[in-house]
Design a protein around this ligand. Structure first.
Ligand code: PEP
Ligand code: MN
Length: 333
């Protein structure tokens, strides 16, 4: 429930309402905002009876937050949230769509250096690269681990590009948080509740990918865990879901992007690489993502996709990526 206050509500009135709510057994949060000042009550599973809200002259209206997720909803916060990375990328609001690009996996110092140098020439401000890889087969390349984190951070920062990398195991929480500018939660960890709770306690942006079998509601409730912990800097990522379709690796659910824009204030980006699993489909689906209102894309790029240690078949080579970036300029966002 949201208790919206009148513009001229005094601090004494606000304090009185907060106290009365606590006494009535609620857990209120004060929510200052440029467009509206409100007090929120969450944690309830059912409808809150308005008669349990002590009356006060400063109350303008009472809004029932109907969704199971509260903090991430537009009912709770109407304005778009923006999330900033250190080297100039800003997700959300009226900002230009952010492009995150880079290899599926960090493979070597030379690979990261060449890619970062190439990306910086194109004005890309955020670089992806997995040091810990969630692989379907135990025999597939599992990533370079902490060494990969160091290689990625050094190479990207040398070119003034922010680092986006996945936290796969809680065991490496501190190392990943120390080396990343944005911590990626992969599809397989979307409901790792301990991971979400710990990320709620840090002060760095989180990129939360949708689980491959997660509903939109489950996806938003996963984000709710991070916000409930105190970290508001969350960017969602639609990366395709499992359906009956087998022609493509996943089914990229662009409905989810338009729907989430309506019901949530959080930025959302799209991963057309994992969403399609096929490099030729990445440019058209990137353009579709921007056209539908996504706040950015995350794309796998490799100098020689045929030699990539993971996901080469869905990676763009440098020339293809450059063409994609040029083509995005003419897509109305
Ligand atoms: C990735 O981005 O490298 C990745 C493994 O993605 P997802 O978690 O969406 O499968
Ligand atoms: Mn990949």
């Amino acid at each position: 429930m949201l208790i919206v206050l009148k513009k001229d509500a005094t601090q004494a009135q606000i304090d009185e309402i907060m106290e009365n709510l606590k006494r009535a057994g609620h857990k209120p949060d004060f929510l200052p905002g440029s467009e509206r000042v409100a007090i929120g009550i969450r944690g309830n599973t059912g409808y809150i009876d308005e008669s349990t809200i002590p009356p006060n002259d400063a109350v303008k209206e009472i809004i029932h937050v109907t969704k199971p997720y509260k903090l991430v909803s537009r009912e709770w916060k109407a304005e778009d949230t923006t999330v900033k990375l250190p080297h100039g990328a800003v997700f959300g609001g009226k900002n230009q769509p952010v492009i995150i690009a880079g290899p599926c996996s960090v493979e070597s110092e030379q690979q990261v250096e060449e890619t970062a140098e190439f990306l910086s020439r194109l004005g890309v401000k955020a670089m992806r690269g997995g040091a810990f890889k969630p692989r379907t087969s135990p025999y597939a390349f599992q990533g370079k681990g902490v060494e990969g984190l160091k290689i990625l951070q050094k190479g990207a920062h040398r070119h003034k590009i922010s680092v986006v990398t996945e936290l796969l195991h809680l065991e490496y929480f501190d190392e990943v948080v120390a080396h990343a500018d944005m911590i990626q939660v992969g599809a397989r960890n979307m409901q790792n509740f301990e991971m979400l709770q710990r990320l709620g306690k840090i002060k760095k942006p989180v990129l939360l990918k949708r689980g491959m079998a997660a509903t939109i509601e489950e996806f938003l409730l996963a984000a709710e865990y991070i916000l409930a912990g105190g970290n508001q800097q969350v960017v969602l990522c639609e990366r395709g879901i499992r359906t009956f379709e087998t022609a493509t690796r996943n089914t990229l659910d662009l409905n989810a992007v338009a729907y989430i824009k309506e019901v949530s204030h959080l930025p959302i980006i799209v991963d057309p690489s994992h969403g399609t699993g096929k490099s030729s489909l990445v440019p058209p689906l990137s353009r579709a993502a921007i056209a539908v209102g996504a706040d950015g894309i995350i794309v796998e790029v490799h100098k020689e996709p045929a030699k990539a240690l993971s996901d080469g078949y869905q990676s763009l080579n440098f020339r293809q990526f450059e063409e994609l970036v040029a083509s995005l300029r003419s897509v109305p966002a």
